[in-house]
Design a protein around this ligand. Structure first.
Ligand code: 13P
Ligand code: SF4
Length: 304
């Protein structure tokens, strides 16, 4: 760590204590942000963690829908997102009004929303899911017809695992769609012993050539297995930092240098410090929306 970062970290940790704050960090964040975390995880682990937080302040190092989910489950805490522009483009591919319209067209469908959605969309949904539990959530629903929003590719993946009728909203992750099947095939040719694991936000033609499909938290656990020494990693590049840190000596090969989420990279040490000093930007959800969205999130948390 260079001197400037060391100084920033020292100031952040001091201020964190003074504010009684916790720092929650997603697996795609910059390495230096992961290294100051109280907890690093995938969307499911982070929402489970946020629901249990006892601190006065949550500094959420991730994207807007993640901070919003913390504000939904932990209303007593002040939730800070150190860069208010850190959004998830996929979450903005459906509005609450569009969902209300679709529900009118499909009155018998149960609405499952990916956690990568706004609080207003969650409030219009029956149950939430993450990439770690989407199959389980869909299986648990006592209805054969599901409207899945907003990620068509996660929805498609779930539809190949669960025997129900799925209606898929045409959203997608701009980062994961950059991953191509040829990327995996080429790396496999050069590294014949390596297994390829990909995120379910990848396109079906990518999933078809992968060895396994899992959330970022699933990848972290999979990499720790003794029989795994080389892995081809089919998701956003930020996860490589944690994989290497927790598994010295193992080989992790990113599937594509294109797989970068620019929004995740907006959070820096400088912004975390500024955010804790200024106590902004605060992420808050209007109470009526929060209560409805919480029902969808709580249903998910009860399933997993
Ligand atoms: P995970 O829940 O698997 O961490 O995924 C979050 C996300 O935004 C993937 O692009
Ligand atoms: Fe959204 Fe994709 Fe970034 Fe995840 S990687 S936060 S889905 S844009």
């Amino acid at each position: 760590m260079n001197d400037v970062n060391a100084l920033l970290v020292e100031k952040i940790l001091k201020l964190k204590k003074k504010r009684n704050a916790v720092i929650l960090v997603h697996n795609y964040q910059l390495g230096e942000i992961q290294d100051i975390a109280d907890f690093v995880g995938d969307s499911l682990e982070l929402s489970q963690n946020a629901a249990k937080v006892k601190a006065d302040v949550i500094v959420f190092c991730g994207v807007h829908f993640m901070a919003e989910t913390a504000a939904i489950t932990c209303p007593e805490a002040t939730v800070l997102l150190p860069d208010r522009h850190a959004g998830c483009p996929m979450a903005n591919m459906i509005t609450a009004e569009q969902l209300r319209q679709k529900k009118k067209e499909l009155p018998n469908a149960t609405v499952v929303c990916y956690i990568n959605s706004t609080a207003a969309v969650k409030a219009e949904s029956d149950v939430c899911c993450t990439s770690a539990n989407a199959v389980k959530v869909a299986e648990s629903i006592d209805n054969n017809e599901i409207l899945f929003v907003p990620d068509q590719y996660l929805g498609h993946y779930v539809s190949t695992r669960v025997n129900k009728k799925f209606h898929l909203w045409p959203g997608y992750c701009p980062t994961h769609v950059r991953i191509q099947p040829q990327d995996i095939l080429q790396i496999k040719k050069e590294n014949p012993r390596a297994k390829a694991m990909v995120h379910p936000e990848c396109r079906p033609d990518v999933i078809a050539v992968a060895d396994d499909v899992m959330s970022t938290g699933g990848m972290i656990r999979y990499a720790k297995r003794d029989d795994v020494q080389e892995l081809i990693v089919g998701t956003e590049l930020g996860i490589i930092h944690r994989l290497k840190k927790e598994n010295p000596g193992k080989k992790f090969i990113p599937v594509s240098v294109q797989a970068v989420c620019p929004n995740m990279k907006l959070i820096t040490l400088e912004k975390v410090l500024w955010s804790l000093e200024e106590m902004r930007p605060v992420v808050k959800v209007p109470e009526a929306t929060r209560l409805k969205a919480k029902t969808a999130v709580d249903r998910m948390l009860a399933i997993v």
